[in-house]
Each structure stands twice: as structure tokens, then as C-alpha cells.
Design a protein around this ligand. Structure first.
Ligand code: ME8
Length: 524
């Protein structure tokens, strides 16, 4: 039997103490594009995002706001849902760690670990960074300008001494290394895999997985003095959403293990070391891949609340347009690398690549068709395609296979570059074939040329739908493509445009953006 085409992709669940910013939007956007791509490619997709609502950091923020933690999280979790709606994200589920289904899952995985003697009671004495919700070894710390000890992330640490349950992480180093070797793509990009391996080779200590000094968390089953370590709680969200602990549920059977946990590089260690170790220790399958992408800075500076340079994705979208922002974020920076946001680059790409390359191509071709072909898909004769026509059409037909390979490697920028090669070739073809001249000299050939171009535009719009759903939808509307003919099954010659089909009046899809000096001063 053919392997079921299923795809389960997750975002990190975001801490609710922060307002959603461009970094959060970026990670979820990457997952959204993959989820949309896979759906169009015939997969049954589950796309999960949500909020991480327990832990000391959230408890402190709630106290600072003068409200009970549950009321606080109810309010701020909504900001993340609102952002997801505003950005047009197509998640299938939004999980909150304060939900009952999640408490049940966490307590169950705890019991599985306890039953297998992977957890024991001891006491913890060491350094803890509330901002990272992470423990650090003394050897990892440095001193900041004020003389305080800080973690490698820059977060201040505090000395913690309390009774604690421990997970026997120290037993898992060799098995994790074997897992990476057997699954060389399970941590990506490659540089991150190396980072993870060398961390493990440095030796793993047992991990403190419960706290007693505050209350905002999931109680340890059978020992109410303890609450579960917030990362153990948070990571478990990925199986909660599949119906765990019901191992027989259709969802769990269909979607676990996840195909992809998308995360930022800041939380690689939790996902690529702790989480697979917890799962293997609980005799559950580890995820198939963890991809850790890079970090955005703003006009060269680290993004932080204290610097006051947090980029609000809602402002960006209001200024530049949703699809323009979606395109820019995934095109500007090779996925996996760090990147810098600048308004100039945003405007530059929206104008040169969207308005000029793609927008003009569609607008030029569709208005020539409107004017010269009676507003219908031009006539075409299979036998009359020239080598140039065939080359261009062939490159459009090949797009799906090439783009699919890039998407399976989370190489979003390369997928776009591949599409742009075809767009540029189509623009060169228009210039070279000069259909405006053919109008008088050889109207039959003009129709053949315009047909070829319209068919290329159809392919480009189909394949770019995951990145720019609204704009591509409008381009496909202008080609009179019915909604049921917009999946990737329609790519290739099988559902090619039919000559004579009536087309609506063409309209520009990508407006030119005007550089606004004030915006640059504000942010640069
Ligand atoms: O870490 N550039 O939540 P969090 C790119 N709750 N991505 C960025 C970014 C930036 N400047 N800033 C944030 C947590 N991100 C935990 C996760 S998962 C079981 C628990 C993105 O709210 C990036 O994906 O601090 C990063 O990993 C995530 O936001 C951290 O979100």
C-alpha cells in the first residue's frame, strides 16, 4: 500500500507574557506556507500552533499586571490568536497549555516516565534563568556589566535550591547520538545538528523536571508540592494535540510522529535533545525533524522590548500588504540563517520582484489578451509550438517537482528563486517574441505566444499560492481557473488552459510601494 500522505507541522507555542512580534509571525508563517503547500500537494495536513502559559515567567508577568495568572493568560493568549487570524494563517488547531486536554497529556507522560524509572526524586541546587526558563551549568555563565551572572543568552540567572524530580537525561546521550546517526536529517540545518551533537558529547546531566517554589503549572501526579518543569509541560503540547494519551485515537495514529517541529535557534536544545529523550524514554516515537531557523534583527540591531525596536507584524502588513510581507520574510533571508529587517529591502523586493517581475508579467499578458483576443484564452495549436515556446512551457511544468524538493528541505528562498527563474524567462520571452508586433504581422502566432504566457502564469500562480494566497487567488481568478482546479494536480499539461474560455477584465495584483521617508526615520 502506498504510504499515507500525511503531514504534521508545529510551531513553538509562544510565551504569553510577550506581545506577538515579527519573530513569532515568521516561524508561524514558515509553517503556514508548508502546510498550504502540502494540502495543495494532496496531503492530509495537521498544522498546530498555540501558547505556552505556565511557568515562573508568566506567573511573574501576571503578578506585575495585578491579575490572576489564568485571567492574565486568557487575555494575552488571544493576542496570538488575533495575529494568526490577521496573518491569514491556516492552522488546524490552536493549543493552550492551560487546557484540560493538555494537563491530562502531561500527567500521563509523567506517569509513563515514572513507571519506566526515568524520573526520580532528588534535590536541585544550581542556576536558573527565568527569562529562558532554563537551568545552566556554572561553566556556561559569564558576568554582565553590573557584575551579575548571566546565561549564554544574556538572561540573568538566580541560584535555586529546592527538592526536585529529575529525568535521567544522562542515560540518553548515546541513544540520542545513535538516533541522529540513523536519521541524519532529523535536526536541520546541518550546522544545528553539529551543535547538538557537540553539546551531547560534552556530557549530559540529569535534568530537573519539577519545581516547588511557585505554583503556576501542572501538578506532578501524586505529589502536589511539585509542579512540572515548564519545558516538559510545553513540549508535550505536540502530542496533546494528536489526542495523546489515547494512543489508539485516529489522530494520534495518523499524525504522530510529527513530520516537523519548526523552531527558532534559541530553543534548539529543548527540541533536539530533551524532547526526543523524553519521548524515547516514554517509549513513544521521536519527531521526524526539528528545523531551527535563524534570528531576525531590526536594521542591524537585536530586537528587544528594552531597545524599543520590536517590529509589529500588524504595522508591517498595514503598511506594505499581507502577501508582500509574507513574500519578503521568506525571500529576503536564506531560511536557516539570521537576517536583518530593513524597510528599504522590504520596499525594494516588493517593487522589483512582485510589482515588476511578476505583476508586470501578468498585467502585460492579460491586458494584451483582453485587448487582442476578445478577452478569451487565446487560440493554440499543439503542433505549432516552437522550441522557445516548448522550453518556457517545459520550465513551468518542471516547477512543481523542483519546488517540492526545496519545500521538503525547508529551503523557502530557493523555492522562490526557482519560480523567479521561470518568471524572468517569461519576461525575456515576451520581449523577444514581441507579441504587440505580431498583432499585425502574424496574429495566429501572437495568440500562440500569449497562450504560452498565460499557461506559464497559471503555473506560477498555482505554485506561489502557499506564499501569497490572496494575490495568487486573484491571478487565478483572472485566468478563470475554478477553485477545484487550483491544487497541484492541475499542474502540468493535464488541466491546461482551454482556448476560448472567457476571462474577466484584468486588474493589477501587486501595486508599487512608495518609499516613505518617515517610515525609514522611525525605524532606521
Ligand atoms: O521559547 N527572530 O516561546 P517564545 C526569529 N514558549 N524568530 C524569533 C525571534 C526573532 N527575533 N524572536 C522570537 C518559547 N522568535 C517557548 C517555546 S515550544 C514547546 C515552547 C520565534 O515566545 C522563534 O521561533 O520565546 C523562537 O524560537 C520563538 O519565537 C520563541 O518564542
Amino acid at each position: 500500500m502506498a504510504e499515507a500522505k500525511r503531514f504534521y507541522v508545529t510551531t513553538p507555542i509562544y510565551y504569553v507574557n510577550d506581545s506577538p512580534h515579527i519573530g513569532h509571525a515568521y516561524t508561524t508563517l514558515a509553517c503556514d506556507v508548508l502546510a498550504r503547500f502540502k494540502r495543495l500537494d494532496g496531503f492530509d495536513v495537521m498544522f498546530l500552533t498555540g501558547t505556552d502559559e505556565h511557568g515562573q515567567k508568566v506567573e511573574k508577568s501576571a503578578a506585575a499586571a495585578g491579575v490572576a495568572p489564568q485571567d492574565f493568560t486568557n487575555k494575552v493568549s488571544q493576542n496570538f490568536r488575533d495575529l494568526a487570524d490577521f496573518m491569514g494563517f491556516s492552522h488546524d488547531d490552536f493549543i493552550r497549555t492551560t487546557e484540560e486536554r493538555h494537563k491530562k497529556a502531561c500527567q500521563d507522560i509523567w506517569k509513563r516516565l515514572l513507571e519506566r524509572d526515568e524520573i526520580y526524586l532528588g534535590s536541585y541546587a544550581g542556576w536558573y534563568a527565568v527569562r529562558d526558563e532554563a537551568y545552566y551549568a556554572e561553566s556556561e555563565l559569564t558576568k554582565n556589566a553590573d557584575g551579575a551572572f548571566v546565561a549564554p543568552s544574556g538572561a540573568e540567572v538566580e541560584w535555586v535550591e529546592e527538592p526536585s524530580y529529575f529525568f535521567r537525561l544522562s542515560n540518553w546521550g548515546d541513544r540520542l547520538l545513535a538516533w541522529y546517526d540513523e536519521n541524519p536529517d532529523c535536526v536541520m540545518p546541518k550546522s544545528r545538528m553539529n551543535e547538538v551533537k557537540s553539546f551531547i558529547k560534552g556530557g549530559l546531566d540529569d535534568l530537573s523536571v519539577s519545581r516547588t517554589s511557585f505554583k503556576w503549572g501542572i501538578p506532578v501526579p501524586g505529589d502536589d508540592d511539585h509542579i512540572m518543569y515548564v519545558w516538559m509541560d510545553a513540549l508535550t503540547n505536540y502530542i496533546t494535540a494528536t489526542g495523546y494519551p489515547d494512543l489508539e485515537s485516529d489522530k494520534f495514529k495518523a499524525f504522530w510522529p510529527a513530520n516537523l517541529h519548526m523552531v527558532g535557534k534559541d530553543i534548539l536544545r529543548f527540541h533536539a535533545i530533551y524532547w526526543p529523550a523524553f519521548l524515547m524514554a516514554a517509549e513513544l516515537a521521536p519527531p521526524q525533524r526539528i528545523y531551527a531557523h535563524g534570528w531576525w534583527t531590526n536594521e542591524g540591531e537585536k530586537i528587544s522590548k528594552s531597545l524599543g525596536n520590536v517590529i509589529d507584524p500588524i504595522d508591517l502588513v498595514n503598511r506594505y500588504g499581507l502577501d508582500q510581507v509574507r513574500y519578503f520574510l521568506l525571500r529576503e533571508v536564506p531560511f536557516g540563517n539570521d537576517g536583518d529587517f530593513s524597510h528599504r529591502a522590504m520596499i525594494g523586493r516588493a517593487n522589483s520582484e512582485l510589482a515588476n517581475d511578476l505583476g508586470n508579467l501578468a498585467q502585460r499578458v492579460l491586458s494584451m489578451i483582453a485587448k487582442n483576443c476578445d478577452g478569451r484564452v487565446p487560440a493554440m495549436d499543439e503542433a505549432a509550438f516552437t522550441a522557445d515556446d516548448q522550453k518556457l512551457l517545459g520550465s513551468a511544468h518542471d516547477l512543481l517537482e523542483q519546488v517540492r524538493a526545496h519545500m521538503d528541505a525547508q529551503a523557502f528562498h530557493e523555492a522562490l528563486e526557482t519560480v523567479w527563474l521561470v518568471i524572468r524567462a517569461a519576461n525575456a520571452y515576451v520581449d523577444h517574441q514581441a507579441p504587440w508586433k505580431l498583432r499585425k504581422e502574424d496574429p495566429v502566432r501572437m495568440e500562440q505566444v500569449l497562450y504560452t504566457l498565460a499557461e506559464v502564469i497559471r503555473h506560477v500562480a498555482l505554485i506561489l499560492q502557499p506564499y501569497m494566497p490572496e494575490s495568487c487567488g486573484r491571478m487565478l481568478d483572472q485566468l478563470s481557473i475554478a477553485p477545484e482546479h487550483r491544487s497541484f494536480e492541475a499542474s502540468g499539461p493535464a488541466q491546461a488552459l482551454k482556448s476560448g474560455t472567457e476571462l474577466p477584465k484584468p486588474e493589477g495584483v501587486f501595486p508599487r510601494l512608495v518609499e516613505d521617508a518617515e517610515n525609514n526615520e522611525d525605524n532606521g
